[in-house]
Design a protein around this ligand. Structure first.
Ligand SMILES: *[C@@H]1O[C@H](CO)[C@@H](O)[C@H](O)[C@H]1NC(C)=O
Ligand SMILES: *[C@@H]1O[C@H](CO)[C@@H](O)[C@H](O)[C@H]1NC(C)=O
Ligand SMILES: *[C@@H]1O[C@H](CO)[C@@H](O)[C@H](O)[C@H]1NC(C)=O
Ligand SMILES: *[C@@H]1O[C@H](CO)[C@@H](O)[C@H](O)[C@H]1NC(C)=O
Ligand SMILES: *[C@@H]1O[C@H](CO)[C@@H](O)[C@H](O)[C@H]1NC(C)=O
Length: 577
């Protein structure tokens, strides 16, 4: 009898213990510790992986991917980044809830956290962001930088927070570390809100320790772009915005793929780099949040039909298991874009990694879930999401920013009256015709011309690689000659999308007006050209525009404002009279 009551008491305690992490009246630390104490090695290992989530049926398996159901139920993953555009917010909200339901049905019912690359601008690249579809559409972050307006950045982030309730910082705020610092702080404030909590979106600040100084301007997703170089001995300068972000409460940090060449640090990818993650980021800079690696450092894979070796730069010779070990030893908490919890379980079984080491990272990851309120309110409110995404005032604010971020570099004719015959390239005639204008087929017939251009780049092959625009910043001689004829024939307004700092002195010299945009729709351009509702260019360049590609090649990768005799300086931007 006595024995039975002891057993009963023990069972009762167990039952209570197993539930107390669900008790919202306890502190986050108490809840985290209670849950952690009940987790198996397998459950802990699952937390360490942040995998990709296509908006597809949960039971579909492919050659490169186990089914979502398998990842949730067998591999015990609870962190996913959502792929693909969102055309129907209610559908996506329901989809996310269906994923959540499966997660909640597992033994401990740890809710999933959904993340995403930015989806509020124009870039469409599975590796960096998705074009806004249902969401309000804004210029790229460079356009926000062009407006030099921290309160607008905060407003943007606040709107993106409400629309998405998820995001990560991507792209850049330009060439100036002080401006970047000011704006990144506003950005974090907008996403996190006054106090980090259930209404916040957590952010990943990236890429540590600054991803700008790429050797030859290449991208370290790719083998030829693995090196980051510091010929100007300017490593510390790139830490300035990260210090500001940490002081402003940055929650998560992502080291870049690249490896530093010629510094005091080991020449291995930043997530494999203990000197970078543990010594610099965590000890020197005092960062206490989650460190999530960039995507795919362990496993060779295929992206958009292209073979992509694991980005294990400098440690290519290690086995998959050794790479995972090395990443954990460097101080990283979570493996981005990987689904290999079995490697971690093996490492613990082998005695190579202690369970206490896993606890350090799992504790941080669980804390984030508790603070975001995911245990207490795991489901997306479909009606609210449907009513919030693409709300008219949000769309209006994005449209307003697209117009105001226009940066006027040269001008002899703007603004224009709504009249005349127009020759167009890069903009559909219907946009002008619907404003009552006449569109003609040749420059010779026209009174004005609009050329809507993209920053030059050299196309790369491959389904994935083609999205990364690199190579010369000048137009080819042939294209320069073709444009010159138009400029000589008709007053021409050039609108160039500056996704990188183009080298276009010839356009500055010969176009009747040169406008730069950082992501804008055709209606935004026309509103600026015709000064509709008082819209005029208000942007200032967030970087220098170089004289030539040769000047860029001669500049040092890690030194801002280093090209010789730039055509326009950082901060240049004319206004209408
Ligand atoms: C996946 O689930 C759907 C709906 O329940 C079902 O029709 C389909 O047969 C399943 N597919 C697989 C591969 O199990
Ligand atoms: C699917 O899961 C198994 C078992 O965990 C794992 O070995 C395999 O690598 C996974 N496949 C993919 C493509 O992630
Ligand atoms: C990177 O730097 C190393 C060391 O200086 C050099 O050997 C290598 O050619 C560079 N480029 C690439 C793509 O590895
Ligand atoms: C979502 O919003 C649209 C537009 O307001 C509405 O037509 C649709 O019925 C809503 N769907 C749901 C599921 O609430
Ligand atoms: C221009 O827009 C019209 C109407 O939206 C569309 O039918 C047409 O295909 C477009 N033309 C081009 C060249 O994109």
């Amino acid at each position: 009898m006595k024995r039975m009551s002891i057993v009963a008491a023990a069972l009762l305690t167990l039952a209570q213990a197993s539930k107390s992490y669900r008790d919202a009246s306890l502190s986050v630390s108490e809840r985290v510790e209670d849950l952690l104490a009940q987790m198996t090695v397998e459950e802990k290992a699952g937390q360490l992986f942040h995998s990709m989530l296509p908006q597809a049926p949960l039971n579909v398996t492919s050659e490169t991917r186990n089914s979502t159901e398998f990842m949730l139920k067998e591999q015990l993953l609870t962190h996913f980044n959502l792929l693909g555009g969102i055309s129907n917010p209610a559908e996506t909200a329901n989809f996310i809830n269906s994923v959540q339901k499966v997660a909640l049905s597992t033994r401990l019912g740890i809710p999933v956290t959904i993340s995403t690359d930015p989806r509020h601008a124009f870039t469409e690249n599975i590796g960096t962001g998705f074009a806004a579809t249902s969401f309000s559409q804004w210029p790229e972050s460079l356009g926000l930088a062009a407006l030099r307006d921290a309160s607008l950045v905060e407003k943007f982030a606040d709107i993106a927070r409400q629309e998405a309730r998820w995001s990560r910082i991507a792209n850049t705020m330009g060439e100036d570390a002080a401006l970047t610092s000011e704006l990144v702080v506003a950005y974090l404030k907008g996403f996190h809100g006054e106090n980090f909590g259930p209404d916040s979106v957590s952010t990943v600040t990236k890429h540590f320790p600054g991803a700008g100084p790429m050797e030859n301007g290449e991208d370290s997703h790719f083998v030829y772009g693995k090196n980051q170089t510091y010929p100007g001995n300017n490593f510390d300068h790139h830490l300035i915005p990260f210090k500001a972000a940490i002081a402003a409460g940055a929650r998560q940090m992502m080291p870049y793929y690249s490896r530093p060449i010629g510094t005091k640090y080991e020449e291995v990818g930043f997530s494999f780099n203990k000197g970078i993650v543990t010594d610099l980021l965590q000890h020197e800079l005092g960062f206490k949040g989650v460190v999530c690696s960039d995507w795919g450092l362990i496993t060779d894979t295929e992206i958009a039909g292209q073979d992509m070796p694991a980005r294990a730069w400098g440690v290519e010779y290690l086995s998959e298991k050794e790479r995972a070990l090395r990443i954990l030893q460097s101080g990283v908490d979570q493996f981005g874009g990987e689904t290999r919890p079995e490697l971690i379980v093996d490492l613990v079984k082998d005695g190579a990694v202690s369970e206490e080491r896993l606890d350090v990272s799992v504790r941080k990851l669980l804390r984030e879930k508790f603070e975001l309120g995911l245990f207490d309110s795991p489901f997306v409110d479909v009606t609210k999401a449907n009513g919030t995404v693409g709300k008219p005032e949000f769309v209006q604010a994005g449209n307003d920013a697209q117009r105001r971020a226009y940066t006027l570099l040269t001008n002899t004719i703007l603004p224009l009256k709504v009249e005349g015959k127009w020759y167009l390239e890069g903009i559909n005639a219907t946009y002008l015709e619907s404003r009552g204008l006449t569109v003609v087929k040749t420059p010779e017939e026209a009174e004005f011309a609009i050329l809507r251009l993209q920053t030059p780049y050299v196309p790369r092959p491959g389904g994935f690689e083609k999205n990364y625009h690199t190579g010369t910043l000048e137009f080819s001689e042939e294209e320069k000659g073709r444009q010159a004829k138009i400029y000589a024939t008709v007053p021409t307004i050039v609108d160039i999308r500056l996704e990188r700092p183009a080298a276009i002195p010839e356009i500055a010299e010969h176009a009747a007006a040169l406008l730069a945009n950082f992501g804008s729709g055709p209606e935004a351009l026309l509103d600026v050209i015709f000064n509709v509702n008082g819209y005029g260019p208000e942007g200032k360049l967030p970087f220098d525009l170089p004289r030539s590609n040769a000047a860029v090649e001669a500049s040092r990768e890690d030194v801002p404002f280093d090209t010789k005799d730039p055509v326009f300086r950082f901060g240049h931007g004319l206004r209408y009279e």
